[in-house]
Design a protein around this ligand. Structure first.
Ligand code: FES
Ligand code: FES
Length: 152
């Protein structure tokens, strides 16, 4: 079985897995990192959104072999010790989550957006493709605006 070494949330990890195993499976089932959620497995729902070398990506469609030597960040790696990321704080302030299933992916998408654009417009926010079956989109929008102010 091939070995794949990459960084997850600042730690080097090695997994033994077939080259074509989706990274999401390696994270959840081999490394017990359950923040990135499985929804569709085909890059549609975005529930698994995490960061690869600092940019949003969807590990359900990235073969684990392509993560070799790269830096993966999941929702578990966002806080700085006990200090939440400003986006997480804004999420709590706006009480965004309902069932919560999509929320790790929503937060990771929001962090990536705020890295690219310090003051996102409603259109920028609405362009986030992460699906929320509970319909929290309005509160997501308010939380991203609040996070942008915190990070200004
Ligand atoms: S599980 Fe749906 S996009 Fe990854
Ligand atoms: S909070 Fe339930 S799917 Fe988004």
């Amino acid at each position: 079985m091939p070995s794949h070494t990459f960084t997850v949330n600042g730690k080097s990890v090695t997994v033994d897995a077939p080259d074509d195993l989706p990274l999401l499976w390696a994270l959840r089932d081999l490394l017990d990192i359950r923040g990135p959620k499985y929804g569709c497995g085909i890059n549609v729902c975005k529930a698994c959104t995490s960061h690869l070398d600092g940019e949003a990506f969807n590990p359900c469609v990235l073969p684990v072999s392509e993560a070799s030597g790269r830096e993966v960040t999941t929702i578990e790696g966002l806080a700085d010790g006990d200090r939440l990321h400003p986006v997480q704080e804004a999420w709590l302030e706006q009480d965004v989550a309902q069932c919560g299933y999509c929320q790790p992916g929503q937060i990771m998408a929001a962090v990536a957006l705020l890295k690219r654009t310090r003051n996102p417009t409603d259109a920028d926010i609405d362009a986030i493709a992460n699906v929320c079956r509970c319909g929290t989109y309005f509160r997501i929008r308010e939380a991203i605006k609040s996070a942008a102010e915190r990070m200004a």
